[in-house]
Design a protein around this ligand. Structure first.
Ligand SMILES: Cc1cc2nc3c(=O)[nH]c(=O)nc-3n(C[C@H](O)[C@H](O)[C@H](O)COP(=O)(O)OP(=O)(O)OC[C@H]3O[C@@H](n4cnc5c(N)ncnc54)[C@H](O)[C@@H]3O)c2cc1C
Length: 435
C-alpha cells in the first residue's frame, strides 16, 4: 500500500463512515501514524440518500472527501481500497491494492443490504445503501416516467409507474413520502401527458406497523401522513419472490413492477480472518466489550454498525444508526492515549440516546425525543435542523440548505436529469435504445 515505515505506532482505521470519520478527527494530535482505508474516497451521509434518489439534491452535497484530513494533520495517510482480510496473528490486513501491517486496527465498515439469502431478489431489487445505488435508483425512477410517456399500453404504463418499497423503517417511509410528493407536485408539471392515477406507491412491511423501531405514536402519525399522500401501506406482508417484473408475497399478494426498492434490512460488512467466535452469526456484527475491543483482542476494535456491544440496556446491541457510531468513536478516542501507554483503566462506553425521527414529505415528520413525541410541522423543522447540522463540511451544509429552500419555495422544481442511464436487465448504465 506504499505507506512509509515509521517509528510511531501504526493505527489503521478501516471505514470512513460516521465512526471512522469521528475517530480520525479525534486522534489527530496523538503520536501515531494514522492510516485510513475506505472503499470510496469520500464519506457518504446516508440519511439523505433518499433525496438523491428522488432528485431533491445532488449527490456531491452529501459526500465529503476523505483526503481533506491530509492537510489537517501530520502522519495521516489515506488509501482508497477494499479490505478483504485481516490476519490478527501477523497483524496484517489484505486489500485489493496490497497488504499493510498494523499495531492497532479499528474496523468501522458499517453494513450492507440484507436480502436474507434470496438470490433472485438480490439480482432484481434496487438497494439504496450507497451514493452510486441512490443514483441508479434516481435514473430508474426518471427512466420509468420517460418510458411511460411513449408507451401506449395501459398495463405497461401501470407496471412502469408502480413503485414498490419493501421495508417500512425510516428509509422506506422517507422514500415513500418523497416519491408520493413527486407524484403530487412534479408529475403534473414535468409529465402533463401522463395520467397521475396510473402511478402507485406501495409500501410493504413484514411487521404489523410502519416504523417498527419508533414509538406507536410515530407509527400512527406516519401512517396517517403517508395515506394522505396516497401511499398504499401493506403491513404483515413479506415479499418472497421478485423476478424483475412481478413481486409475490407470503400471503399471496402480487405486485407487477419494474421498480422494487429493497430497504428491508442490513447485515454487517464483516471482514474475514478473525476467528468465528468474534462474530454474531445472524447479523455478522463483531462482539465487542465495553471499550469496543473485539472479543479476544486488545489491539483490534470495532465501532458503529459493525460492532455488537451487548449490555443490560441493549441486549441485542445498540441501534444501527449514526449516534452509537459517533459516540463509540469519541469514547475510543478518549481512551486511546491510555491504550498507547498500555494502561488498563479505560472508560466504558455508555450510549446517550438522542432520539429518532423520520420525515414524510413536505412539512411532515415524526420525532421521538426521549419521552417527547412530535408529529407534523414541528417534527419536520427538528428533522431538518438535526440533519443539516449533522452533515459533514460547511460547504455541504450550505448547498443542502439552499437546495431545501429552493425546493420548498418552488415545489421541487429542481433538475431531474438522467446523467447515467441504468439497465435493469444488465445492471449497468444503459444506452438510449434500451431506455
Ligand atoms: C438510506 C439510509 C438512511 C439512514 N438514515 C439514518 C438517519 O436518518 N439517522 C441515523 O442516525 N442513521 C441513519 N442511517 C444509518 C446510519 O447511516 C448508519 O448507522 C451509520 O452510517 C453507521 O456508521 P458506521 O461508521 O458504522 O458505518 P458507515 O457510515 O456505513 O461507514 C462504513 C464505511 O466503511 C466502508 N467500507 C465497508 N467495507 C469496507 C471494506 N471492506 N474496505 C474498505 N472500506 C469499507 C464503506 O465504504 C463506508 O464508507 C441510515 C442508513 C441508510 C442506508
Amino acid at each position: 500500500m506504499n505507506v512509509p515505515k515509521s517509528d510511531l505506532p501504526r493505527v489503521v482505521v478501516i471505514g470512513g463512515g460516521f465512526a471512522g470519520l469521528t475517530l480520525v478527527k479525534r486522534l489527530r494530535k496523538l503520536p501515531i501514524q494514522l492510516v485510513m482505508i475506505n472503499k470510496h474516497n469520500y464519506h457518504a451521509f446516508q440519511p439523505l440518500l433518499y433525496q438523491i434518489s428522488t432528485s431533491g439534491i445532488e449527490s456531491d452535497s452529501i459526500a465529503y472527501p476523505l483526503r481533506m484530513f491530509i492537510k489537517k494533520q501530520q502522519n495521516f495517510y489515506f488509501r482508497m481500497a477494499d479490505v478483504k482480510e485481516v490476519d490478527p496473528e501477523t497483524k496484517i490486513i489484505k486489500s485489493d491494492i496490497g497488504n499493510l501491517s498494523y499495531d492497532y486496527l479499528i474496523i468501522n465498515t458499517g453494513t450492507k443490504t440484507n436480502y436474507f439469502g434470496n438470490k433472485e431478489i438480490k439480482k432484481h431489487a434496487m438497494p439504496m445503501k450507497t451514493i452510486p445505488q441512490a443514483l441508479n435508483l434516481r435514473s430508474l425512477i426518471l427512466q420509468n416516467f420517460e418510458r411511460s410517456t411513449v408507451e401506449v399500453d395501459e398495463e405497461t404504463k401501470k407496471f412502469l409507474l408502480n413503485f414498490v418499497i419493501v421495508g417500512a423503517g425510516p428509509t422506506g417511509v422517507e422514500l415513500a413520502g418523497a416519491i408520493a410528493e413527486f407524484k403530487k407536485s412534479v408529475l403534473p408539471l414535468d409529465y402533463p401527458d401522463l395520467d397521475p392515477s396510473l402511478m402507485k406507491i406501495n409500501l410493504l412491511e413484514g411487521g404489523d406497523r410502519v416504523l417498527p423501531p419508533m414509538s406507536e405514536h410515530a407509527s400512527k402519525k406516519s401512517t396517517k401522513f403517508l395515506k394522505e399522500l396516497g401511499v398504499e401501506i401493506h403491513t404483515s406482508t413479506i415479499v418472497t419472490e421478485y423476478d424483475g417484473k412481478l413481486a409475490k408475497t407470503k400471503d399471496g399478494k402480487e405486485f407487477a413492477t419494474r421498480t422494487l426498492i429493497w430497504s428491508a434490512g442490513v447485515i454487517a460488512n464483516n471482514i474475514k480472518g478473525l476467528p468465528e467466535e468474534c462474530t454474531e452469526p445472524r447479523s455478522k456484527r463483531y462482539f465487542v466489550n465495553e471499550f469496543n475491543q473485539i472479543k479476544g483482542y486488545k489491539n483490534v476494535f470495532a465501532l458503529g454498525d459493525v460492532a455488537l456491544m451487548v449490555s443490560e440496556d441493549y441486549p441485542r446491541g445498540h441501534p444501527q444508526v449514526a449516534q452509537p457510531a459517533i459516540q463509540q468513536a469519541n469514547n475510543l478516542a478518549k481512551n486511546f492515549p491510555k491504550i498507547l501507554k498500555g494502561t488498563h483503566n479505560l472508560k466504558s462506553f455508555t450510549y446517550k440516546d438522542k432520539g429518532s425521527m423520520a420525515t414524510i414529505g413536505r412539512n411532515k415528520a415524526v420525532a421521538d425525543i426521549n419521552k417527547l413525541k412530535f408529529g407534523g410541522f414541528i417534527a419536520w423543522l427538528i428533522w431538518m435542523f438535526v440533519h443539516l447540522i449533522s452533515l459533514v463540511g460547511f460547504k455541504n451544509r450550505m448547498v443542502i440548505l439552499i437546495s431545501w429552500i429552493y425546493n420548498y419555495t418552488n415545489y421541487n422544481k429542481g433538475a431531474r436529469l438522467i446523467i447515467r442511464r441504468f439497465s435493469v436487465t444488465k445492471r449497468r448504465v444503459r444506452t438510449n435504445a434500451e431506455l
